[in-house]
Design a protein around this ligand. Structure first.
Ligand code: CA
Ligand code: CA
Length: 274
């Protein structure tokens, strides 16, 4: 079923974006979804962690999807269900205690499929893929986690625009030092995206582990447009930049009705006709 739908879209129907906004001389919609699926913490590596995002992919026809907390076993399911898509992966840890299906057993080294990481996936070909390790990565975080945080990026092309798309999962804010690692990682992401923002459209999705009113995400608000104006507490964002199409060039939404403990966020940025 999924295979057929994807095939139809890749086959040139290109039913992306709202039909009126997608008129031939209209702006180009760059559509994205981001979701922290809690693939280990809640779902123990099971494919059901993907049910919310799969439903949303069918509904929204995104160009690109960013996922966090994905077990390697769940990445394999995604690849099976979307054989025509491009995938990129950045490993946070080679052994999550629950990705092996058994949280009680603790982390077990050298088990295939129990790796936890971030995913960037696109129905278009990804190129120039980079997984950049963020500062403070690998620090123990006070909850017994040692994880490697990345900015995982790739380029895809749509209607003449080369789009830089990235998935990230910023470290949690440890009690001591209070917010330093988190703030440094967000600042790094904002500055790493600067040259791409000058080049053309960029879209960054992920779990920033910092609320919308915190100083930590200020560098993102200063440089990018977020698809949700909702300033209630949340830590998951979808940011756009380089659209060169005015301040109202994004729209989107989020839903807290998910199989995860995180909302799913989706939206579009509208670039000028390429
Ligand atoms: Ca285990
Ligand atoms: Ca492993």
């Amino acid at each position: 079923m999924i295979r057929l739908i994807v095939g139809a879209i890749v086959g040139g129907v290109l039913s992306v974006g709202p039909s009126a906004a997608e008129a031939a001389d209209g702006p180009v919609a760059i559509k994205a979804i981001t979701h922290n699926i809690a693939g280990g913490a809640i779902h123990n590596g099971d494919w059901r962690a993907l049910s919310t995002v799969e439903r949303k992919i069918k509904r929204q026809n995104p160009d690109v999807v960013m996922l966090q907390e994905v077990c390697a076993s769940q990445l394999e399911s995604l690849k099976r269900w979307h054989p025509d898509w491009s995938f990129a992966w950045a490993e946070n840890t080679d052994s999550h205690n629950a990705c092996d299906g058994d949280p009680a057993s603790g982390p077990v080294e050298n088990v295939e499929g129990d790796e936890l990481g971030d995913v960037l996936m696109s129905r278009r070909a990804l190129s120039n893929v980079q997984a950049t390790v963020l500062p403070h990565s690998g620090d123990a975080d006070g909850r017994g986690w040692t994880r490697w945080q990345h900015l995982l990026c790739g380029d895809f092309t749509k209607a003449g625009h080369v789009v830089r798309a990235c998935s990230t999962h910023v470290m949690i804010q440890r009690a001591d030092p209070v917010v330093v690692g988190n703030a440094d990682q967000v600042r790094t992401i904002a500055s790493m995206m600067a040259p791409y923002r000058r080049r053309g459209p960029v879209v960054i999705g992920g779990d920033f582990n910092a609320g919308p009113k915190t100083a930590n995400v200020r560098p993102m608000w200063d440089r990018f447009l977020e698809v949700n104006r909702d300033t209630r507490w949340r830590i998951d964002y979808l940011w756009y930049g380089g659209l060169h199409n005015g301040r109202d060039a994004v729209k989107g939404s989020l839903s807290r009705n998910t199989v995860s403990d995180h909302p799913i966020v989706w939206g579009a940025g509208y670039a000028r006709k390429g």
